[in-house]
Design a binder for this molecule. Structure first.
Ligand code: ATP
Length: 246
C-alpha cells in the first residue's frame, strides 16, 4: 500500500443513550508514525470520535451504530476499553483525569497496568522523567500539581502503556501559552524519538497544525475538510474560523 494506515475510521455513526446522534458518517485515517490533527468547533464530536476509538464510549452510554474502526487492520468495534489499551491505543483524556490522591509515581505505574515486566517498567519511568524532569521532583499527591504538570503526568502515564497510538484530547486546555509550547514540543519529540503515532484533538488549531502532518476538520459529526497540515493552515476557511482570521 502507498501508505501504511495504523488507524482507519470508516463511516461511523455514534449514538448516545439510544437517541442522540452525534457522529454521522465520520471517516478518517491515521498513517503509522504520523501526527494527525482533528479540528472543529465545540460540540462537533471530536471527543466522541476519540472515545469511539478507545472504547470509552460505553461508559457514557454511547454506541457505534454503523461503520467500523480498524487498528492495524483489526476491527475495534465492541472491543472492551482495557483490551484496546492492550492492543496499543491509549487515550489522554480532556481535563487530564489523573488520580489526584495518588503520587506522580503511582499515577505512572497505573499507566503500566497491562504490563508485568517490572525492570522495564522502572526503566520507562526514568524515560518519562527524562521527558518531564519536573515530575521526578514532585513527590506529593498529584492533585497538588499545577495544570501543566498534570498534563505532563497524563502524557507520561500514557507512555507507560508503551502505546503505538496515543489519542490526545485538548492537551493545550487550561495551559499558559508558554506551557502550550512546551507540551507541543514534547508531543513532537515523542513522535520523532519513539515513533508513536498521535491523533490530536485541539481547539488550538495553529499549534496542532504546526506539529501535525495531516489534519481533518469536523462539523456536526462528520469531516468537512481534510488535507496536509500545510494546506489546511493556508486554507481561507480554516484561517477564518479556526486561526483567528490571520
Ligand atoms: P468539545 O470541544 O466541547 O468537547 P467536541 O467536538 O469534542 O467538543 P463532543 O464532546 O464529542 O464534541 O460532543 C459532541 C456532541 O455530543 C455534543 O452535542 C454533546 O452535547 C454530545 N454529547 C457528548 N457526550 C455525551 C453524552 N455522554 N451523552 C449525550 N450527549 C453527549
Amino acid at each position: 500500500p502507498a501508505e501504511d494506515l495504523l488507524l482507519e475510521v470508516n463511516n461511523i455513526e455514534v449514538v448516545y443513550s439510544d437517541v442522540i446522534l452525534v457522529l454521522r458518517g465520520l471517516s478518517l485515517a491515521v498513517p503509522r508514525g504520523k501526527i494527525v490533527a482533528l479540528l472543529g468547533a465545540n460540540g462537533a464530536g471530536k471527543s466522541t470520535t476519540l472515545k469511539a476509538i478507545s472504547g470509552l464510549l460505553k461508559s457514557e452510554d454511547g454506541e457505534i451504530t454503523r461503520g467500523d474502526i480498524r487498528f492495524a487492520g483489526e476491527r475495534l468495534n465492541g472491543v472492551e476499553a482495557h483490551q484496546i489499551v492492550r492492543r496499543g491505543i491509549f487515550q489522554v483524556m480532556e481535563g487530564r483525569r489523573i488520580v489526584s490522591d495518588m503520587t506522580c509515581l503511582e499515577n505512572l505505574r497505573l499507566g503500566a497496568f497491562t504490563r508485568s515486566d517490572s525492570a522495564e517498567i522502572r526503566r520507562d519511568i526514568e524515560m518519562v522523567y527524562g521527558y518531564f524532569p519536573r515530575l521526578k521532583e514532585r513527590t506529593g499527591l498529584a492533585g497538588y500539581l499545577s495544570g501543566g504538570e498534570q498534563q505532563m503526568l497524563a502524557i507520561g502515564r500514557a507512555l507507560m502503556a508503551r502505546p503505538k497510538l496515543i489519542l490526545m484530547d485538548e492537551p493545550s486546555m487550561g495551559l499558559s501559552p508558554l506551557l502550550v509550547k512546551e507540551v507541543f514540543g514534547i508531543i513532537r519529540q515523542l513522535n520523532a524519538d519513539l515513533g508513536i503515532t498521535i491523533l490530536l484533538v485541539e481547539q488550538n488549531a495553529r499549534m496542532a497544525l504546526s506539529v501535525a502532518s495531516h489534519g481533518y476538520v469536523m462539523e456536526q459529526g462528520k469531516v468537512v475538510l481534510d488535507g496536509s497540515a500545510e494546506d489546511l493552515a493556508n486554507n481561507e476557511d480554516v484561517k477564518e474560523f479556526y486561526l483567528g482570521g490571520h
